[in-house]
Design a protein around this ligand. Sequence first.
Ligand code: RBZ
Ligand code: NIO
Length: 351
Amino acid sequence: MNHPEAPELMEFDIPPLDESAMDRARERQDQLTKPPGSLGRLEELSVRIAGMAGDPTPSLDSPVVVTMAADHGVVEEGVSAFPQSVTAAMVENFAHDGAGVNALARTAGAENIIVDIGVAGDYDGNDRVIRKPIAAGTANLANGPAMSREEAIEAVEVGREVVADHAPDADVIALGDMGIGNTTASAAVTAAITGADPADVTGRGSGIDDEGLDRKIAVIRRALADREVDPEDGVDVLRAVGGFELAGLAGIALEASSRRIPVVVDGFITGAAALSAWAIDERVSHYLLPSHRSVEDGHDVQHDALGLEPLFDFGMRLGEGTGAAVAIGIYRGACTALREMATFEEAGIPT
Ligand SMILES: Cc1cc2ncn([C@H]3O[C@H](COP(=O)(O)O)[C@@H](O)[C@H]3O)c2cc1C
Ligand SMILES: O=C(O)c1cccnc1
């Protein structure tokens, strides 16, 4: 669908993977002091990162986890197990390094950037929080579009700015989210883009009961039936049923890809952001790396659409960037082995 009158997003210039860096990384893997292929998937992952970075021996020394927070008008419908005020309270917790993502980003040696892109409640936040709110939460997507097309574009642009201004030297960026109600928006986005039935991609989020789950599915069905949504226009999907943090995270993925920075997707919510980015510019998929397999229904559907295979299945369902932070250690290990292991020749080991 065309939007001749509608504002347009600036284009992203996303390069293809560097095939020559990948060939050289593959050749080196076969010379390292191990039976060829014996590091299994770590080898293939290191080669892929070489192609993203355009460097046959990439390092992941400057990882960044970006946790974007925003509120969702749809919480009025009783679709979350927790009240909206938890979003602002968790932003305060992030600012004091007390949340799951803070601990796991620290463990990964990653900087953890916190962005308020539309939190409704008050918090103190100190200097840790980058404040770029589009509005005090989205509109209730049960009753109409979550946001205007202008707001969706503005939110994607915030993601672009966060990379340009706060993480230009990152060599890997992990996506993280916070926003009570955002599994409802994420399920709606996933159903809209993949064409899946809402019942197949909607889960319990932070722990809603059976009745709440039925309500959640009904809200998503109604929203998608009421609204004309163009599944091939990621901005339109975000406008209709998205969230500010989903749009901002899509912008981060697109901008990072333009800079050859690998992007680690976290759980179901950042999965919806990655799908939105893909529906804006499918070339982003070259730069996406999976982390865990979320408990949330619909994560598999996202992974299948994006051609990703999760690294681990730990029963995680938190979000914030926690799974992606854990995955950074695995990706760094893959790159360090490629770069720092001795070759057979160097070690004088006969083959
Ligand atoms: C204390 C707390 C911390 C969280 N950190 C992430 N989430 C996760 O749960 C929320 C989505 O679930 P729903 O759609 O059911 O509201 C998001 O904020 C997500 O990041 C949290 C949720 C809670 C309650
Ligand atoms: O997979 C996730 O990201 C997730 C699942 C449930 C609640 N919050 C986040």
